[in-house]
Design a protein around this ligand. Structure first.
Ligand code: 13P
Length: 248
């Protein structure tokens, strides 16, 4: 099996002000620096307003920076949008794309996500593609096919597997406290790798949805799981680091 490094990503979503965000980032950076060299990778994805100040706080620590969205175009008349090139300019290494909250609330289609991934990779960013089945798809036994389809439709025709991470985030598990069984996670992760084809063994596949310090251990011990994408539990540095340490 390919030797894939574990990756822990904190998605702060629309949370954090200047003071609270910088305190959180500094705490995480301090914990990471205390364990240098880290045996796993850590990425913080603050809201766009905090990317630059957080970049200054995590500089010199092993913590890497990511964004929660990026536009498909490089620049131009797109009021309110931020391009992948702008994110790279601020020091971002990663960008989350196709999160189910954006697919649902902003009407992002897989075709739009594919364009964003192409733009992100062109700008040198690692795209974290989010996929996951709805409760209805799960109930009808269609989770695997729904996720596989989302993966293939959300990838551009030509993509760089070395700049791709896939996060399996069942929509019903996000913010609900409910999690799939380890068997289910393993099965869907394998289906994702199969959909990716020969490069599937080198792409990190993360799990996301209600990850907490209390449940992260067995998830991260699963060889098919290359890390976690953490929402609400990433807003507390002790909790987030307790999750990250389960990578060791
Ligand atoms: P929660 O960890 O809050 O369930 O959110 C998961 C998520 O959506 C991360 O992108």
């Amino acid at each position: 099996m390919a030797n894939r490094r574990k990756l822990v990503v904190g998605n702060w979503k629309m949370n954090g002000r200047l003071t609270s965000g910088l305190n959180l980032a500094k705490d995480v950076a301090d914990k990471a620096s205390a364990q240098k060299p880290l045996a796993f990778d850590v990425v913080l994805c603050p809201p766009a307003t905090l990317i630059w100040p957080v970049a200054e706080v995590v500089a010199g620590s092993p913590v890497m920076l990511g964004a929660q969205n990026g536009h498909a175009a490089n620049h131009g008349a797109y009021t309110g949008e931020i391009s992948a090139g702008m994110l790279a300019d601020l020091g971002c290494r990663y960008v989350i794309l196709g999160h189910s909250e954006r697919r649902a609330a902003q009407g992002e289609t897989s075709a739009m996500v594919a364009e964003k991934i192409a733009a992100a990779q062109l700008a040198g960013l690692i795209a974290i593609l989010c996929v996951g089945e709805t409760q209805e798809q799960r109930a009808s036994g269609a989770a695997e096919t729904a996720v596989a389809r989302q993966v293939s439709e959300s990838l551009p025709e030509k993509f760089d597997a070395s700049k791709l991470v896939v996060a399996y985030e069942p929509v019903w598990a996000i913010g609900s406290g409910e999690l799939p069984t380890l068997d289910d996670i393993r099965r869907i992760h394998k289906a994702i790798r199969k959909t990716l084809g020969p490069v599937g063994e080198m792409v990190q596949v993360l799990y996301g949805g209600s990850v907490a310090p209390s449940n992260a251990g067995p998830i991260l011990a699963e060889p098919e799981v290359d890390g976690v994408l953490v929402g609400s539990a990433s807003l507390n540095s002790d909790g987030f680091w307790a999750i990250a340490e389960k990578c060791r």
